[in-house]
Design a protein around this ligand. Structure first.
Ligand SMILES: Nc1ncnc2c1ncn2[C@@H]1O[C@H](COP(=O)(O)OP(=O)(O)OP(=O)(O)O)[C@@H](O)[C@H]1O
Length: 251
């Protein structure tokens, strides 16, 4: 992996922070699913504030609601009640277009399975969010190339996802999430599908990009090593976020 590539930090300023310097926050967030006559209350008043540059782990048992929470924080789903604030904007106060724009400009997403577009090259996949953001093709390709170099894939620009290894595909997904210089990247089990050595490489890369670009990370993970290596680790228990009692005063 090429760690020598310089990222232009002049352009790396994350989107405006919200109140209290939070790039992402939620208040009294609740989410229930209706199944026939039954109501499944998954989130029961989640409170969260993610500061600029902070790396946060969310852990919890299978089915505790971690992906549900991440989807609400990313504006991909709507809460039953409560508020989500992204870069100082209350998502509920925006229309669908405005929400889409804010999502594209302020947030990045990385999932366990990369969700790259199979018919496009690595370069085209990474350039896509910039093109959606109405950037010119030439500058979108240039920034995508620089970001792929930053994640050590400068030699793989024209490869399609099927021509890349699992770790390389995940690095393309990370490059795609970071290329818009978002305030915060939301990750759902980003290395859950990779072997330990590759996962460790990806974790080091996330650290490097976090330090160089000041981007915040919210990472849902079952990996205790990754959770312990981040700034904070919160447990989703009974529909609420609780600090990790292993973390002492770090929360
Ligand atoms: N669209 C839906 N309709 C009904 N129930 C749902 C829906 N989405 C999720 N659930 C339920 O909500 C609960 C939380 O699901 P979620 O995927 O958020 O859990 P998770 O903590 O991410 O789990 P895992 O660690 O296994 O991925 C589960 O019991 C799930 O069955």
């Amino acid at each position: 992996m090429n760690s020598q590539v310089e990222i232009n930090t002049d352009q790396a300023t994350p989107a405006e922070s919200g109140a209290n310097g939070a790039v992402l926050a939620c208040r009294q967030l609740r989410k229930s699913y209706r199944q026939g006559n039954n109501e499944l209350e998954v989130l029961r008043g989640v409170e969260l504030e993610v500061k600029r540059g902070e790396k946060l782990a969310i852990v919890g048992a299978s089915g505790s609601g971690k992906s549900t929470l991440l989807n609400l924080l990313g504006g991909l789903d709507t809460p039953t009640s409560g508020e989500v604030w992204v870069a100082g904007e209350n998502l509920a106060s925006l229309n669908a277009n405005e929400r889409g724009w804010l999502r594209n400009s302020s947030l990045g997403f990385v999932y366990q399975f990369h969700h790259l577009l199979g018919e496009f090259s690595a370069l085209e996949n990474v350039a896509m969010p910039l093109l959606i953001g109405k950037q010119s093709v030439a500058s979108a390709r240039e920034e995508a190339r620089a970001m792929l170099q930053a994640v050590g894939l400068g030699e793989r620009l024209t490869h399609k996802p099927s021509q890349l290894s699992g770790g390389e595909r995940q690095r393309v997904a990370i490059a795609r999430a970071l290329v818009t210089r978002p305030a915060c990247v939301l990750m759902d089990e980003p290395t859950g599908n990779l072997d330990r050595a590759t996962a460790r490489e990806i974790h080091k890369l996330m650290d490097k990009l976090n330090q160089e670009m000041g981007i915040s990370f919210v990472i849902v993970t079952h990996d205790p090593d990754l959770a312990a290596a981040l700034d904070r680790c919160l447990h989703l228990i009974d529909g609420k976020l609780e600090r990790d009692w292993h973390e002492g005063d770090r929360v």
